[in-house]
Design a protein around this ligand. Structure first.
Ligand SMILES: [Zn+2]
Length: 258
């Protein structure tokens, strides 16, 4: 599993899973944590128990959003424990980002190339977790998450410790003209997040785009950890939607307050 340096020494447990150590088979081998990719749900739940167990967390308490590539943020608490943990129907509907101030409420989200954004405020003891694919990045889900933490809990963005987890890098993420135009409109053509290769092909840097979003939200550059691990380059270690042509499992990002 991948651990984040930025949270070391803080009362927070945070990690990102890899492919290894689970019971799923074929293109989902072995630690598939996604319930929506055609896997046997019993295997997924066993995998979730294994990953959470390694972190000392009860998998049945996970709180998960439905993940629809939107930018809606939900504040959750102890009354939401277990939502989305064992089935998808009980997940927080139409939600790609979660925030909580309650200790022992583990936030989880699932990924295969999309960008995990993790947040912890050591001042107010609040955590957040967002799922940022290209749509969520374009719609600044990271900024929406920080705003929710500010509005509901008085978090000061300059204190936030954030992590951009393993996900697809600019090295492996060609996008078409439509996406290029949308990102140029959303961030400016000179933001350094698009690089032209040959012809109409452009490489999109979702890490740089999300970093810009976090800086815009008021975070300090030195408080943002970039994992810098491309899931497509390392597709034997990580599930990658692009590298595996859509036939793949899901990693989880997990963060909980102690
Ligand atoms: Zn790559």
């Amino acid at each position: 599993m991948f651990r984040f340096n930025v949270y070391q020494g803080h009362p927070v447990r945070a990690a990102f899973s890899t492919r290894s150590g689970g019971v799923s088979e074929g293109s989902l081998s072995t630690l598939n944590l996604g319930l929506h990719v055609g896997d046997d749900p019993n295997r997924v739940i066993e995998n979730r128990h294994r990953f959470c167990g390694a972190l000392g967390i009860d998998a049945e308490t996970l709180v998960c959003g439905e993940q629809v590539h939107g930018n809606r943020v939900a504040v959750v608490g102890r009354s939401d424990l277990g939502r989305g943990a064992l089935d998808r129907a009980s997940a927080i509907p139409l939600t790609d980002a979660l925030v909580t101030a309650d200790p022992g409420v583990p936030l989880a989200a699932f990924f295969a190339d999309c960008v995990p954004l993790l947040f912890y405020d050591p001042g107010q003891h609040v955590i957040g977790l967002a799922h940022a694919g290209w749509r969520g990045t374009e719609n600044r889900i990271g900024l929406e998450t920080v705003r929710m933490m500010q509005e509901r809990f008085g978090v000061e963005p300059y204190r936030l410790l954030a992590a951009i987890g393993p996900s697809i890098g600019a090295c492996c993420y060609p996008v078409g003209n439509e996406v290029r135009i949308r990102f140029a409109a959303a961030f400016g053509a000179d933001a350094g997040i698009l690089r032209q290769t040959v012809g109409e092909a452009w490489m999109l840097d979702l890490w740089a785009a999300n970093r810009l979003v976090l800086l815009e939200a008021g975070l300090q550059p030195e408080n943002i950890e970039l994992a810098g691990v491309c899931t497509a380059c390392h597709s034997t270690q990580y599930f990658s939607y692009r590298a595996h042509n859509g036939q793949t499992g899901r990693q989880a990002a997990l963060i909980t307050l102690e």
